[in-house]
Design a protein around this ligand. Structure first.
Ligand SMILES: [Zn+2]
Ligand SMILES: [Zn+2]
Length: 200
């Protein structure tokens, strides 16, 4: 359902078609993401993942924590799959797209999909996040993923210079990563790239 929502929204920006190979990889990514979700549910049923149900300020705190922590974990993971043998073996597939389009969000090597999924489940195992924070985070994650692979920049240049937006991973931010493999390894924000001098 999430993939359909991304691709249908993406059609508004990208009218072209996709190849059978892209559809095939997209399907495999979906199966693996579903497996990750079921593993998460299994961990939850066994008590390894604890989820808070209260509706309080905790929702906002947990969401911000998930957003920043996942951004850092994925930044580190992304650097590793770029700077080691894993680039050729795994991540190069995603970088076949120099001008990414919406489906490229799902054009990932299975190892990469499992890697991101493992980071996600590991984080959920170290702390009992609030369920509403998790849901908001998952929606935001998809929005950023789609934005990064839109192929166009929907936000005007001026808006992108606004105080908080300036530090967010915009369409241009991830599109630039597809054009220049040495920069912009972050996903939701540019703060780690700015801190570790990989920002362009
Ligand atoms: Zn990359
Ligand atoms: Zn990408």
């Amino acid at each position: 359902m999430i993939t359909c929502a991304v691709l249908l929204t993406g059609r508004y920006f990208y009218k072209g078609g996709y190849t059978a190979r892209e559809w095939g990889i997209c399907l495999i990514t979906n199966v693996l993401n579903t497996v990750v979700t079921y593993v998460g549910f299994w961990l939850f049923s066994k008590g390894w993942i604890v989820i808070g149900l209260e509706t309080s300020w905790q929702i906002l705190v947990d969401f911000i924590f998930l957003f920043v922590a996942m951004d850092l974990l994925m930044y580190v993971f992304h650097i590793i799959i770029h700077k080691t043998f894993l680039y050729k073996a795994v991540h190069q597939l995603h970088h076949e797209a120099i001008d990414p389009r919406p489906i490229d969000l799902f054009v990932l090597h299975p190892v990469e999909t499992i890697g991101f999924g493992s980071l996600w489940l590991s984080l959920l195992m170290v702390y009992g996040f609030n369920i509403y924070a998790i849901i908001i985070y998952l929606v935001v994650n998809v929005i950023f993923g789609l934005a990064g692979h839109l192929g166009i920049e929907p936000l005007p240049e001026k808006l992108r210079q606004w105080p908080v937006i300036k530090y967010l991973g915009t369409s241009t931010f991830h599109h630039d990563h597809h054009q220049d493999l040495q920069h912009n390894f972050g996903f939701y924000t540019s703060i780690w790239d700015r801190l570790f001098n990989t920002y362009r």
